[in-house]
Design a protein around this ligand. Structure first.
Ligand code: TMP
Length: 207
């Protein structure tokens, strides 16, 4: 029987530098001979990418907040069922750009809905699939947003919204420190990568 792959998620506010770190981690793991899949949310399947387009389009301004939460969860359900779980089952390490905690932080804390209800919605959609490790790149929203050009519908939300999202991520991580690694995203990319590799190598050694 093949050992299940590790499920590693990157989270953080806008402009936190996730893509760079995901690429560096994928290279690090591939160099060690591990099969790796990089994917993202919302997205990762044809249908989920179409849902992503609806969610991020500035033309969807005013989208009802419960409809928004359901669409993120719908995209996640398809992605997990058709891409993430099958990859994990054949022993592939999955590196995912955002997952359920983005919904808890953006829809729960950001939109001021019950974070636990939002979390339960995603657990239902995914048959309870949780990451083995979630890496949160923490940056002040003012700093992260300054790195964003041509803002999408969510990036265009006011600063207070992004402050609530940041508070959400930090609250989630503080409640379960064993499954979260919070890294200062204002550091240099190579310094961040050292911390990411250490956290992931420790996870893989413990499995
Ligand atoms: P990205 O630009 O990092 O790919 O993320 C897309 C946007 O969608 C980003 O503003 C965060 C937001 N988002 C949510 O609000 N809820 C979610 O569940 C996910 C996955 C993303």
């Amino acid at each position: 029987m093949t050992k299940s792959g590790a499920f590693i998620v990157f989270e953080g506010g806008e402009g936190a530098g996730k893509s760079t770190q995901e690429r560096l981690l994928a290279e690090h793991l591939a160099a060690a001979g591990l099969p790796v899949l990089r994917t993202r949310e919302p997205g990762g399947t044809p249908a989920a990418e179409r849902i992503r387009a609806i969610l991020l389009d500035p033309a969807s301004a005013g989208l009802d907040i419960r409809a928004e939460a359901l669409l993120f969860a719908a995209a996640r359900g398809d992605h997990v069922a058709r891409v993430v779980r099958p990859a994990l089952q054949v022993g592939t390490t999955v590196i995912c750009d955002r997952y359920l905690d983005s919904s808890v932080a953006y829809q729960g804390y950001g939109r001021q809905m019950d974070p636990e209800q939002v979390r339960q919605l995603s657990l239902w959609a995914t048959f309870d699939l949780l990451p083995d490790l979630t890496i949160i790149l923490d940056v002040e929203p003012r700093v992260g947003l300054a790195r964003v050009s041509d803002p999408d519908r969510l990036e265009a939300e006011p600063l207070e919204y992004h402050e609530r999202v940041r508070h959400g991520f930090l609250t989630i991580a503080a409640a379960d420190p064993a499954r979260y690694l919070v890294i200062d995203g204002s550091k240099a990319p190579d310094e961040i990568a050292v911390q990411v590799f250490a956290g992931v190598d420790a996870l893989l050694a413990s499995r």
